[in-house]
Design a protein around this ligand. Structure first.
Ligand SMILES: C[S@@+](CC[C@H](N)C(=O)[O-])C[C@H]1O[C@@H](n2cnc3c(N)ncnc32)[C@H](O)[C@@H]1O
Length: 254
């Protein structure tokens, strides 16, 4: 199938490191397949990942339970000229198959969403079932140790301790997240659900520890993001992924 022309790209903010990694991954896979990808973005929200992928010419189905997020997504896609490449489906990761009606995907993104579903294992199984053989997964989850460090630096020692010892990595009853993950744990979960993890990296290792008063310009934010990038690429520093506010895993369907 011939490659389609991507829709026009909107001038906008610098993409996050994760979006840049996913965009590069999608571009490589598109070259291998010789056509734009069919992409699932579960919990895609307002389209932070979906819209750049749609702008690049991929077809993206966003499944998210929030009507407000989906309305923002539609607006963002319209403004970027990529609305023909985005399908918004109001649905839930715990009942994913119902939302997808048999559609199949080359790439699935699940960023910041596994923390909210009832059963991460069954959600990952449903994502796996929706991927074609060899299909790719970009999974971004919250890291446990990052919140332990952040709470300690903030003087919230009880919450830090709770996050460290709680099996779900929660710092207390009012923690908005249902769970956080350690790298070994999320990789084991992926193996159990039919994926092979190819690469795990920590994201936002330093940035989330910096007081917001030190980050009052785009240049400051860019400088910290660059420090984060440099930090993880150095030899022997793979262990630092454990400290990422986010754990970004690239996997493929086994
Ligand atoms: C932290 S936001 C992440 C948004 C987007 N993926 C990103 O990275 O910018 C979490 C998203 O998960 C969605 N969400 C919450 N519960 C969900 C569920 N059970 N199934 C699927 N998505 C859910 C929310 O509506 C929200 O859009």
């Amino acid at each position: 199938m011939p490659d389609e022309q991507p829709p026009r790209r909107r001038a906008g903010a610098r993409p996050s490191a994760v979006v840049a990694v996913v965009s590069a991954l999608a571009d490589e896979h598109r070259t291998r397949l010789g056509r734009p990808l069919q992409v699932l973005d579960l919990g895609g929200g307002t389209g932070g990942v979906a819209v750049p992928l749609a702008e690049a010419g991929h077809q993206v189905v966003v499944v998210d339970p929030s009507p407000d997020a989906l309305a923002s997504l539609a607006r963002r896609a319209r403004e970027s000229g990529s609305e023909g490449h985005v399908t918004a489906v109001q649905g839930d990761g715990d009942r994913l198959a119902e939302s997808l009606a048999g559609r199949e995907f080359d790439l699935a993104c699940c960023h910041g969403t596994l923390e909210f579903v009832d059963d991460p294992e069954s959600t990952l199984r449903a994502i796996q079932a929706a991927l074609v053989p060899g299909g790719l997964l970009s999974l971004l989850v919250s890291g446990r140790l990052a919140v332990v460090f952040a709470k300690t630096i903030a003087g919230e020692f009880e919450q830090a301790r709770a996050a460290l010892v709680d099996p779900a990595g929660r710092w207390g009853a009012t923690d908005p997240l249902s769970r956080r993950f350690d790298p070994d744990q999320i990789e084991a979960l992926l193996t159990r659900t039919g994926f092979t993890a190819d690469h795990t990296r920590g994201t936002d290792i330093l940035g989330h520890l910096v007081p917001s008063s030190h980050l009052d310009s785009e240049a400051d934010r860019a400088a910290v993001a660059q420090l984060d990038e440099l930090l993880v690429v150095g030899p022997g520093r793979e262990f630092l992924r454990t400290l990422g506010h986010g754990l970004h895993i690239i996997a493929h369907r086994s």
